[in-house]
Design a protein around this ligand. Structure first.
Ligand code: PLP
Length: 470
């Protein structure tokens, strides 16, 4: 018999007693991704760990899809939020508060130093909203509403962001997307879409993209006016949801050369890879190109009061061309988010992530490569900074093995691993075109001994998974 639970004036008798019964009855699943077989309720967090109600510790290797780069409950960032809550927690964005301005200035100056280009910053709340804002910017500047984007790319789930996200599955139920992007193969060298080998390919994929502009009959260019039907190319410098795929270092500079020929903007989506995930402030800094627009979110506030935004070159976003109200939202530039964002920037300035993150990443990758020698099911391991990928395959080391990937993830979530001398769990995120890639985004503060523990936990889960699925 279900226990009576008081919800306001109404008495509700759920089928069972527990919180999961309420979840089953009252929570939409549309706002989440229910990947785990067994739903898990977490109670608290600290550093690199989540804890469930029973106090079991779970080492987190995904940190809220890379939103918590600076560790759970980072004391400095939490304090900044608490101070702001007691001082100026709310303010309509038609009025000014210092933190918004200082944060915009810090971000713009940092970008100016990295890319020698002046521009401005514009805030919103979620990543997808910032993507929407960038789409308006592109339309406003180019007068065109079509864009290129990558196969395997993910830019969010609002209507506009879904239109430039490759999966038809995400759009299928929501009508016709007349401004759907033209999707181009990503340089995914482990599974090259053109079945080439990186050592000899001479960036064949890029040449194929370039060929689209050879004749008007390839559909994208008016060869007489040199006008392309697409106003921009949306890129993730390291493909996130697609499986933390790291492109060849000379790919994006080659791409930009082609785009510049036809006045196509380069929009750099750093929502998942920004803020030192890859060992540089922006992941695109690894690739020697200057983007026209940068979109960011997630780790800017370490997952506290959400804040996202875009930076764009001055000619795209100056108030003359993109005036007040262009994409306004009530909570954009909110005082809590901008305060934490400003503190994040100060924390970054006082840290040495540029040296520390690559070292930790190399150590992590070296440990995973040791595992790979032991388990042929680990088909591919690679990392850029602390954005790491483990591709899980059949014994041939190539055929994707989704079943094993799911098993390992669910075993981690049971919280019953014994590695490390006590019962604990492991949080893993699954991505990739075949849902067979563990996309690891640990805290940037993870230490080598914690990396050792993570690898030990992963090995235990993998070994159990192999037994379970074979
Ligand atoms: C690269 C990228 N772009 C856009 C988004 C959408 O951001 P949000 O989920 O905050 O709307 C995400 C989210 O995972 C992302 O990884």
């Amino acid at each position: 018999m279900g226990q009576k639970i008081k919800l306001g004036k109404r008495q509700v008798r759920p089928k069972g007693n527990g919180i999961l019964d309420l979840e089953a009855k009252y929570c939409s699943w549309g706002d989440t991704v229910h990947y785990a077989k067994k739903l898990k309720v977490f109670d608290r967090c600290e550093g690199i760990y989540l804890y469930d109600k029973g106090g079991t510790q779970y080492l987190d290797l995904q940190m809220w899809y890379s939103a918590v780069n600076f560790g759970y409950k980072n004391p400095r960032l939490n304090e900044a939020l608490k101070r702001q809550i007691d001082r100026l927690p709310q303010l309509a964005c038609q009025y000014l508060h210092e933190e918004k301005i200082l944060l915009a200035a810090k971000l713009s100056r940092r970008i100016e130093l990295a890319f020698e280009t002046e521009g401005r910053v514009h805030f919103n709340v979620g990543g997808s909203s910032a993507v929407e804002d960038s789409l308006k910017l592109v339309r406003n500047h180019t007068g065109r509403n079509l864009v290129f984007a990558f196969m395997g790319g993910y830019h969010g789930r609002t209507l506009g962001a879904s239109a430039i996200t490759s999966s038809y599955r995400y759009r299928e139920k929501f009508g016709h997307f007349s401004d759907r992007a033209l999707f181009i193969p990503y340089p995914y060298c482990f599974r090259c879409p053109y079945e080439k080998k990186r050592e000899y390919c001479d960036l064949y994929c890029l040449r194929q993209f370039e060929r689209l502009f050879e004749t008007e009959y390839y559909s994208v260019l008016n060869t007489k006016t040199k006008k392309c039907e697409c106003g921009a190319f949306y890129v993730e410098p390291v493909q996130g949801t697609g499986g933390y795929i790291i492109p060849p270092r000379d790919y994006f500079s080659g791409l930009k050369e082609v785009l510049d020929r036809y006045n196509i903007l380069l929009v750099d989506d750093e929502i998942q890879m920004g803020f030192f995930r890859t060992g540089k402030f922006w992941a695109i800094e690894h690739f020697n190109v200057i983007p026209d627009i940068i979109v960011f979110g997630k780790a800017l506030t370490n997952g506290l009061n959400p804040l996202s935004g875009i930076w764009a070159k001055e000619e795209l976003i100056s108030p003359k061309v993109f005036p007040a109200g262009s994409t306004h939202s009530t909570f954009s530039a909110n005082t809590l988010g901008t305060t934490v964002g400003l503190e994040t920037m100060k924390l970054i300035e006082e840290s040495d992530f540029v040296n520390e993150v690559p070292k930790k990443g190399e150590y992590f990758v070296s440990r995973l490569k040791q595992l790979r020698r032991k388990y042929p099911q680990i088909g591919h391991v690679e990392g850029l900074g602390l954005a790491l990928r483990i591709e899980i395959c059949q014994k041939d080391g190539y055929t994707p093995n989704r079943e094993l990937t799911d098993a390992v993830m669910n075993i981690g979530l049971t919280g019953r691993l014994r590695a490390g001398g006590k019962r604990q769990g492991l949080i893993l995120d699954v991505g990739g075109y075949y849902k067979n890639v563990f996309t690891l985004a640990p805290s940037l503060y993870i230490e080598n001994r914690e990396i050792d523990l993570a690898v030990e936990l992963f090995e235990e889960a993998l070994a159990k998974g192999i037994t379970e699925t074979s």
